[in-house]
Design a protein around this ligand. Structure first.
Ligand SMILES: Cc1ncc(COP(=O)(O)O)c(C=O)c1O
Length: 490
């Protein structure tokens, strides 16, 4: 063994005991059991044929989940923010204008990211806080600013609002604008119809209604890629009637070594209601600006075999995350989108009815602006205290034998002195047997508000594995208990 003097001693890293809470915040969420099992699958590499089968399944699953026929679908390594970064930097060039109708934290994040790429940003706000935009408001901003892109959050987990997207793609395309959408908190819980709504670039995350781990972000770019790419490929062999598009230097290198090539897109690709269907893809493959290596979709598309049977090493994908994402998408496909949407809608309606019956009020005033799956609630007390109590409020049950009869008494205990979850057997002062059971009454994790809702509301998520009436009842009753709206020892 080499003798080196170590200036830093080995730390003591050992497992601690903790009682896993029921994860009912706006994410991360509890995993579906099948996802947890898939996450523990053996590590594989691109050298295994199975690796490409997994990638193929994931791409098909994303096409179904996003409802897009685009071929430019894949998963970016990283959490939802990686998806945001990928969509923004691949679709907008420095100096171009991004319009961000802002109603919560994620729009602010998009603005921040865009500025770092030298993209100009304009913003509009909703007329009232915690509401959504009408198409008229969005159109007048499009008309005024004529941006290259419009970024909008579908389900905004910071406010609990859901933006209607139907018709927005057509509006954007009328003004020659690409539509970029965050579907992180809505995918799987709310209808998302990427092609029908004319979305040009969308990204999600695994840790919300898909009930998977964070760390891998499904992403899709509009294209109706089959038609577009077929025509693009055909164009390489030089058909007539074409509009020229130059490959960027980077895309060029990625396709054919260092040879300069000019690609042509047939005018036919613009026909049959597909006028803008290939916009995102066309822009990506013809852009002249560089994007960060890690998020360059022209490379990622090759790694993910989006068009051809390419083999390209870009970075090492995490196979446990790939297996987990595949399991999430398989779960969604088995349940089917309409059933998953209906389940989330029914559970949310039930949860809201229970909260109303307990006397809670909602932050989002208009029911039509509210998301399924994530609800912002006014707790009637200081938000952080409410959240902490729901997590840690402890109970202690004493079971005593009195004149031959067992008696049970439950009371609230100070969580710090409750001795943790467990049971103890003792004799009390009179010699009777006394069994004390300590536990957490609720142990439910919800989260305080974020961005515009910080200190104002708490955020509750009933998504994926936790979108059930039983969980809704448990959470509603626990919230009422903490808010003092129900007898604690009932
Ligand atoms: C709507 C929305 N967009 C983006 C994100 C960022 O995702 P992540 O935390 O996985 O990076 C979140 C996370 O909560 C979100 O709710």
């Amino acid at each position: 063994m080499a003798s080196h003097r170590l200036g830093v001693p080995a730390p003591i890293i050992s497992d601690r005991q903790f009682s896993k809470p029921l994860m009912c915040g706006p994410g991360p969420n509890d995993l579906y059991p099948a996802v947890a099992a898939a996450y523990a699958a053996p590590v594989i590499s691109p050298a295994c044929a199975e690796y490409y089968k997994v990638i193929e399944d994931i791409r098909a699953g994303i096409q179904y989940a996003f409802q897009t026929r685009s071929n430019l679908v894949l998963a970016v390594s990283g959490s939802g923010h990686a998806g945001m970064e990928t969509v923004i930097c691949n679709l907008l060039a420095p100096g171009e204008l991004l319009l961000v109708p802002s109603r919560g934290l994620w729009d602010e994040r998009a603005k921040d990211m865009a500025r770092r790429y030298g993209i100009r940003v304009e913003t509009i706000k909703t007329s009232e806080p915690f509401t959504t935009f009408s198409l008229e408001e969005l159109e007048s901003a499009l008309e005024r600013h004529r941006p290259a892109g419009l970024f909008i959050t579908h389900g905004d987990s910071s406010t609990g609002t859901l933006q209607t997207l139907k018709g927005l793609g057509d509006l954007c395309h009328k003004y020659d604008t690409l539509l970029l959408v965050d579907i992180v908190a809505s995918l799987g819980a709310e209808p998302v119809l990427m092609d029908e709504w004319g979305v040009d670039g969308a990204y999600a995350s695994c840790q919300k209604a898909l009930s998977g781990p964070a760390g891998v972000a499904p992403v899709a770019f509009s294209a109706r890629a089959d038609a577009y790419y077929a025509s693009w490929q055909k164009a390489l062999s030089g058909p007539a009637g074409v509009a020229p598009v130059a490959f960027s230097a980077r895309a060029e290198r990625s396709y054919s070594g260092c040879r300069r090539r000019v690609c042509v897109v047939p005018e036919g690709a613009e026909q049959a209601g597909r006028a803008f269907s290939a916009r995102a893809e066309a822009k990506i493959f013809s852009r002249s600006h560089d994007v960060p290596f890690y998020f360059d979709i022209t490379f990622l598309a090759r790694q993910w075999k989006c068009y051809d049977d390419t083999f390209f090493y870009h970075h090492t994908l995490s196979s446990p995350l790939l297996f987990a994402l595949r399991a999430c998408l398989s779960q969604l496909a088995q349940e089917s989108l309409p059933r998953a949407w209906a389940r989330h809608a029914a559970v949310t309606a039930h949860f809201h009815a229970r909260l109303r019956a307990h006397g809670f009020r909602f932050l989002v005033r208009r029911p039509e602006d509210r998301m399924n799956a994530i609800t912002t609630v006014l707790p009637g007390m200081e938000c952080n205290t409410f959240v902490a109590e729901l997590r840690s409020k402890a109970w202690s049950t004493e079971v005593t034998k009195d004149r031959g009869e067992w008696k049970r008494k439950t009371c609230c205990a100070d969580p710090h002195n409750a001795g943790g979850a467990g049971r103890r057997r003792e004799k009390d002062s009179t010699g009777f047997i006394l069994i004390i059971i300590h536990g957490y009454r609720h142990n439910i994790m919800i989260t305080p508000g974020l961005g515009p809702t910080a200190g104002v509301a708490v955020r509750v998520g009933l998504m994926g594995a936790n979108a059930s009436a039983a969980v809704a009842d448990r959470v509603a009753d626990a919230m009422a208990d903490v808010a003092g709206l129900r007898n604690a020892t009932e």
